[in-house]
Design a protein around this ligand. Structure first.
Ligand SMILES: Nc1ncnc2[nH]cnc12
Ligand SMILES: [Zn+2]
Length: 339
């Protein structure tokens, strides 16, 4: 099959994105426009200069620039525009559903109200559904480099909005901040009826993945690459059918893998892990959802059937209700049968 054929097939394949930080979809052009709108001076003179700064050796290198970029987001309209720009890209890639992360502490710590953030994102999500037919859910992430107390405060701020939040997650600097640090806050979130996800095994060791499943009881693992270093853990994830939200271009840009041909996606699928493909922070890592499918397919020899498995996994692992999941899975199967 030629690349063009595979591209057309992958674009038309209905897909969900389960691991995307909305602040990580802030393109340099929008960053400049929002800086101007809000009277903020950026430490860059041009879009090209910003892009040139996106050379990262590890997760922390990236996070330093990512938190700085998020500083241009001030008003409800800023968060709406950010979300809408992402959903337009997703729709163009054949994405039909997204479960997007947001980091309230990144904004509340600099004086932006929790309501400004969530109301703006919900505006963008509603408009995306109306205009593009893309459905979405929100996942509130706790920043793991901050304290358990700050996470509890954030959960408290979320309380009036729980009907609009599907789950909570854990992101930011992984090493030194294991899931166990937040076991109590996750328990409180679970008691409020929220789903639980956590970044684990991106840079952190397999022990962090064990903690996420055994101590925290997560519904999905975000990344999970390093789980493959531990055979018993891999077997457990296969047995439980735990969804891994894998982010190949992110792994490349943050030097989790030296080269995309060394990416574990092929192995993950062969082992029977419920892997999915996601973009993580697409504005910073050079590719949105479809780029991640295609670049990975090219690098580790994924077939059409593999792409169908990945798309099915994305809906099976989603937080859609069972009827909606079944509807989306039937769409995937009908597309695969007809292409
Ligand atoms: N890939 C990633 N890992 C941890 N925290 C993040 N925040 C945004 N992107 C992240
Ligand atoms: Zn992430």
């Amino acid at each position: 099959m030629t690349d063009t054929t595979l591209e057309a097939f992958a674009r038309g394949l209905p897909k969900a994105e389960l691991h995307m930080h909305i602040e990580g979809s802030l393109e340099p052009e929008l960053m400049f426009a929002l800086a101007e709108r809000n009277g903020i001076t950026l430490p860059y003179k041009s879009v090209e200069e910003i892009r040139a700064a996106y050379a990262f050796s590890n997760l922390q290198d990236f996070l330093d620039i990512y938190y700085q970029g998020a500083g241009v987001l001030i008003t409800r309209a800023d968060f709406r525009d950010l979300a809408l720009a992402y959903f337009e890209r997703l729709a163009a890639d054949g994405g039909v559903h997204a479960e997007i992360f947001f980091d309230p502490q990144t904004h509340t710590e600099r004086g932006v109200a929790f309501e400004t953030v969530i109301d703006g994102l919900l505006d963008g999500m509603a408009q995306a559904e109306e205009r593009l037919g893309v459905t979405s859910k929100l996942i509130l992430c706790f920043l793991r480099h901050l304290s358990e107390e700050s996470a509890f405060e954030t959960l408290e701020q979320a309380r009036p909005h729980l009907a609009k939040i599907a789950g909570v997650g854990l992101d930011s600097s992984e090493v030194g901040h294991p899931p166990a640090k937040f076991a109590r806050v996750f328990k409180a979130a679970r008691d409020l009826g929220l789903k639980i996800v956590a970044h684990a095994g991106e840079e952190g060791p397999p022990e962090y993945v064990w903690e996420a499943i055994d101590l925290v009881g997560v519904d999905r693992i975000d990344h999970g690459n390093r789980a493959l270093e531990d055979e018993a853990l891999t077997q457990r994830l296969v047995k439980d059918g735990t969804t891994l939200t894998v982010c190949p271009l992110s792994n490349l840009k943050l030097c989790v893998v030296p080269d995309l041909t060394a990416h574990p996606m092929r192995r993950m699928l062969d082992l029977g892990l419920k892997a999915t493909v996601n973009s993580d922070d697409p504005a910073y890592f050079g590719g949105y959802l479809l780029d991640n499918y295609l670049e990975t397919a090219k690098a580790v020899d994924l077939t059409r059937d593999d792409l169908v498995v990945l798309a099915r996994n994305s809906f099976e692992g989603s937080f859609l209700d069972e009827a909606e999941k079944a509807r989306r899975l039937a769409q995937v199967d009908a597309y695969a049968a007809g292409s």
